[in-house]
Design a protein around this ligand. Structure first.
Ligand code: SAM
Length: 333
């Protein structure tokens, strides 16, 4: 029977995000605006064996959902291997294995991910216009990403979620187009508020398009109805189309509609640091504990103690807010 990981505010931790790499082949301006961040030396990165063994311990402590993220997950070599290894944890309590990707490698590799045992995929897509996509991501590959979405659907990696970070003056005029895309492609289109996690620390509140504005704008063209049932620890508020069209809208509004009270997440960075919040300014080196030869009981004790330090909430809206020094591409989105 899996145990239960609880923080000091009574929140149960069920969701682990594992960053497989800090490398990325895109240069999204809201994440890596000034090129490559310092890349962690290879010896500091967790090996697949270390990731597998850490995940096994986390699942024994009650983690039910693992999302592989990065950096660009598919830049880590032989990612199908780690997926295959983690799939085995389904017999001990893992319920959901998901992956976030920019979609670049999917045209050739979506079926391989499915065959390895991946349940679900989230693909980033910040614009449906070639020039805007290029400006936002630094690469001119919109068509390739669209083919990747198609390949993921054909491989049966459904339901597919599409993430768009909405930034004022860049892609906020495409909200209705994205909603139409969700309807015609039958995908879950998720709109994310721009967060202060860019490597240049140039985030500006005026660039944030609020969840409410996104909802109102889409509803004017396509009326929305909230999905029934409690939101639980989900990051997004979810909506169906009132006319019964396929697809779904999700709005992730951590800046203007904080949802920390129901947070069930912790993160493991590519270099083996546990982060108890996306906005944590301290990290806890599980890697050092594992590499010191600690016993399984000692590793469990360490994880439980770290989880007790989980922050009550993020402080983005407080006057003294300090952004984490590491960018989203390193932390793992
Ligand atoms: N490379 C993969 C991808 O592109 O989806 C996974 C990593 S990426 C860091 C994960 C998610 O974080 C993406 O949907 C990305 O758009 C989002 N993201 C990155 N920086 C962000 C920021 N400053 N604010 C909001 N979302 C951000």
């Amino acid at each position: 029977m899996p145990g239960t990981l609880k923080d000091s505010y009574g929140r149960t931790i069920r969701d682990l995000r594992v960053s497989l790499t800090d490398r990325c082949n895109f240069r999204c301006f809201y994440c890596l605006p000034h090129g490559e961040p310092p890349i962690a030396p290879k010896e500091q990165m967790l090996s697949y064996e270390e990731i597998e063994s850490a995940c096994e311990v986390f699942v024994s402590l009650g983690i039910q959902k693992i999302r592989l993220t990065g950096g660009e997950t598919m830049m880590r070599r032989d990612i199908e291997t780690i997926i295959r290894k983690l799939t085995v944890l389904k017999s001990s309590g893992l319920k959901d294995l998901a992956l976030t990707t920019n979609g670049y490698f999917l045209p050739d590799r979506a079926q391989g991910l499915k065959d390895a045992g991946l349940d679900r995929i989230t693909i980033s897509l910040d614009s449906l216009k070639r020039d805007v996509f290029k400006r936002m991501t630094g690469v001119d590959v919109l068509d390739r990403v669209l083919s990747g979405i198609d390949a993921a659907q054909k491989a049966g990696l459904e339901p597919i979620k599409i993430n768009a970070v909405i930034v004022r003056g860049h892609n906020d005029d495409e909200l209705v187009d994205f909603a139409a895309f969700a309807r015609t492609h039958d995908v879950k289109m998720r709109f994310i508020e721009f967060m202060p996690l860019d490597s240049g620390h140039e985030w500006n509140r005026l660039q944030v398009v609020s969840g409410r504005e996104i909802r109102d704008c889409i509803s004017e063209k396509f009326p929305l109805v909230p999905v029934d049932g409690p939101r639980g620890s989900e990051t997004s508020s979810r909506y169906h189309f009132a006319d019964g069209a396929p697809g779904e809208i999700g709005i992730i509004a951590p800046v203007t509609e904080m949802f920390c009270g129901a947070c069930s997440r912790i993160r493991l960075t590519a270099d083996g640091q546990i982060r108890t919040c996306l906005f944590s300014t301290v990290e806890h080196s599980l890697r050092d504990v594992i590499r010191s030869g600690a016993s399984r009981d000692e590793i469990i004790e360490y994880i439980e103690a770290v989880v007790l330090k989980k922050e009550p909430r993020h402080f983005i809206n407080d006057p003294g807010f300090v952004a984490p020094s590491r960018t989203m591409s390193f932390i793992g989105g």
